[in-house]
Each structure stands twice: as C-alpha cells, then as structure tokens.
Design a protein. Structure first.
Ligand SMILES: [Zn+2]
Length: 208
C-alpha cells in the first residue's frame, strides 16, 4: 500500500505574493518591458533596492554595448543608479551570478538569444530574475530576445511613456534622426515616444 508522505519542508524558498496572496517560489522570472522613457530602468532599480533593503544579495548585468552613461553603473535617466557589471554574452551571467539571490538584467533586448535559457536556469536555481528591456525597436518590430523573455516570464509588466505629440499613452520610441540600424543607442535628442496614431502620422510625413 502506498502512503502519502507529507514533505518535511514543503518548499524551502516559498513566499506569499503581496498582490494576490498566492504562494510563489522564489526562483522566478519578471519582465519589465516598454518603450524608451517609460521608466523601465527606474522600475528595475526600485525592485532591486527593495531586495537590497531585505538583505538579499543582488547583482545587475547589462550588455557591454550599453555605455551611454558609465561603464559600471546601471544608470537611469533620473540619475538613480545601482552598480552593475557589463558582460559580453548571456553565458557570462550564469558564471558570475553564483551567490546571488536577485539577478537584474538591463537592456535585455541587446543580449544574444541564449539569454532565454540563462534566465530559465537561474530561476531553476531559485534565483529571482528581473529583466528590463525595450519590447520593440524604432520600427515597431519586437526587439531581440524580448518576445521570448516575455513568454517564459512568470510576470510581465508593460510600462508606457507618454506620446510627446498628443499626450496619450505611447506605444513605441520613434527615431527622429535618420538611420535603419536596429542597434542604435539613444537619448532624448534621437527618439520620441509616440502613440500609434501619431506614429502613423510621423511615418506619412517622412515619406511624403
Ligand atoms: Zn499621440
């Protein structure tokens, strides 16, 4: 006869969600996506700082390509920063994040496709992974590994900027300067958040 054995410690790394009251395991993937100027990095930093306050070990990784502000810090547009490590490939994150409770990944759209498997492996280890990145490029095409990351995530937050032309919620970052290259790091001079209607208008103005 088979008797059911209740596990002595059910699951070692279980928390209760403050949003829903549901039980969660600590190893999980959260994605923060949206257009430029939507506050993605601010939200990533907010979650990381909250974890630091709870004495959890945190580490942020970003692609070595993103050197807009400084080599070592994830710096948001508001100047609210957290130290971070630039890495050349997603595989380096697995090697470097061995003793980390919470792994943050910024500008995830620039990472190689291997980032999807890296996030899964970290979550499997019990790591909380928080990924921030642009969901679409300037032409409205899903950006790099972001669609896959959204798909495997336990939780996805889509952030919105405000359309600079009409004040509605923006849906993408329109490139003001010419150039067709997808990887083009930007600042306020080069991109503007636009809603669908204003983006279509801007496209027509360009071609006419
Ligand atoms: Zn608009």
């Amino acid at each position: 006869m088979h008797t059911y054995q209740h596990p002595i410690t059910p699951y070692p790394m279980t928390t209760i969600s403050d949003k829903t009251g549901e039980m969660m395991h600590r190893g999980r993937i959260e994605v923060i996506c949206g257009s430029m100027f939507s506050g993605k990095t601010e939200e990533l930093i907010r979650r990381m700082k909250r974890a630091m306050f709870a004495k959890q070990s945190v580490e942020i990784f970003k692609p070595a390509i993103d050197t807009r502000y400084s080599e070592e810090d994830v710096v948001s547009h508001e100047g609210n920063s957290i130290p971070s490590t630039p890495v050349d490939s997603s595989a380096s994150i697995l090697l470097m994040a061995t003793e980390t409770d919470v792994v943050g990944i910024d500008e995830a759209q620039f990472f190689d496709p291997g980032i999807v498997d890296v996030c899964n492996q970290l979550a499997q280890r019990g790591v909380r992974v928080i990924v921030a990145g642009l969901d679409m490029d300037f032409a409205g095409t899903p950006f790099g590994p972001m669609p896959q990351l959204c798909a495997i995530a336990d939780d996805v937050s889509k952030q919105h900027a405000i359309c600079v032309r009409c004040g509605a919620l923006a849906y993408l970052s329109h490139r003001i300067v010419a150039g067709e290259k997808q990887v083009m790091l930007g600042e306020k001079m080069e991109y503007e958040p636009l809603c669908r209607v204003c983006y279509e208008k801007a496209k027509r103005e360009k071609t006419s």
